[in-house]
Design a protein around this ligand. Structure first.
Ligand code: ZN
Length: 294
């Protein structure tokens, strides 16, 4: 066992020297609920603004510097009411300095609603919001993000001074983001989030992770997430590669095989421990703001 730990540490040093040079601090995002993960899968998924704020504060205490949020109706269905998002933002800001990242995804928008309803809460000025500039069959459901729509979203994000987190379901999204940067539609240091293991998207392998990390422009920041049982292995590879990580019940409801996670904070705590063991300190929200140019 000790040999294995030393091998792991040796490998981590090697990878840092290849990809990072200097060991950079780790930014942890807690994706605490998602749009559709419900309590039949894990009773600890937060729904109400108070439950969401409480989970955010617990994750902040555990070491997360960003919280990624979807609003929910009382029955757990996806919610697109701006005032609910506003209540969530205010409750969190009253209690801690965690960086707020709000979803703008229209994937679960009820039929007939204008697509801009998916981001009508940007008025509350989260520091980060998700930005989808590509389409994918997301878990078997068409998730269409047309150029017309994501250009309109980019304009609104600029208007409110929000950093777009570019959601990467496949490599084509990175190429699209590069073109948007050349056009000036995306500005500043790019922030990419690789989403691995979603049916219809890039599978959750170390090779794919490495490939995506090599595709983004050199001045970018990137993080990675993976779904279900791939969450932890991809988190580990990402820590070693110098990227940032995302955990939480949106992506995975288990702590280990067959054991449900007790809370989002429990998943964050484990990543903090692992990252400290391999010599990578965890960034505070203040440090993350500097690193990500927020
Ligand atoms: Zn999300």
């Amino acid at each position: 066992m000790r040999d294995k730990i030393f091998k792991f540490l040796e490998l981590s040093c090697l990878l840092f020297s290849i990809f990072g040079g200097v060991v950079r601090k780790l930014v942890i995002t807690a994706a605490i609920n998602g749009g559709i993960t419900n309590r039949s899968k894990n009773p600890n998924v937060p729904y109400s603004p108070e439950e969401i704020a409480q989970a955010a504060v617990e994750c902040w205490n555990a070491g997360a510097s960003i919280v990624h949020i979807h609003a929910r109706n009382p029955d757990g269905t996806p919610c697109y009411h701006a005032e609910i998002y506003g209540e969530i933002v205010h409750r969190i800001r009253d209690r801690c300095d965690i960086i707020i990242n709000l979803s703008t995804s229209g994937l679960n928008l009820p039929k007939g609603e204008p697509v801009s309803k998916a981001w009508n809460h940007l008025q509350f000025r989260p520091e980060i919001a998700s930005f989808n500039c590509g389409s994918v069959n997301h878990g078997g459901k068409p998730f269409i993000n047309s150029p017309e729509v994501f250009r309109a979203l980019a304009v609104d994000m600029q208007k409110f001074g929000i950093k777009p987190e570019i959601e990467v379901y496949h490599e084509g999204v990175i190429e699209e983001a590069k073109l948007l940067t050349i056009e000036g539609i995306l500005q500043g240091k790019p922030l990419f989030a690789f989403a691995l293991g979603i049916r219809g998207g890039t599978s959750a392998t170390c090779k794919n992770l490495l490939h995506l990390a090599e595709c983004v422009p050199k001045d970018s920041e990137w993080s990675a997430l993976a779904i279900g049982k791939s969450q932890l292995p991809i988190n580990l590879h990402t820590i070693l590669l110098g990227g940032h990580v995302r955990t939480g019940l949106e992506d995975n409801v288990y702590y280990s095989r067959g054991v449900l996670a007790e809370s989002n904070a429990q998943l964050v705590e484990r990543l903090v421990k692992i990252s400290n063991i391999v010599g990578r300190e965890v960034a505070s929200p203040r440090e993350a703001r500097v690193m990500l140019s927020l």
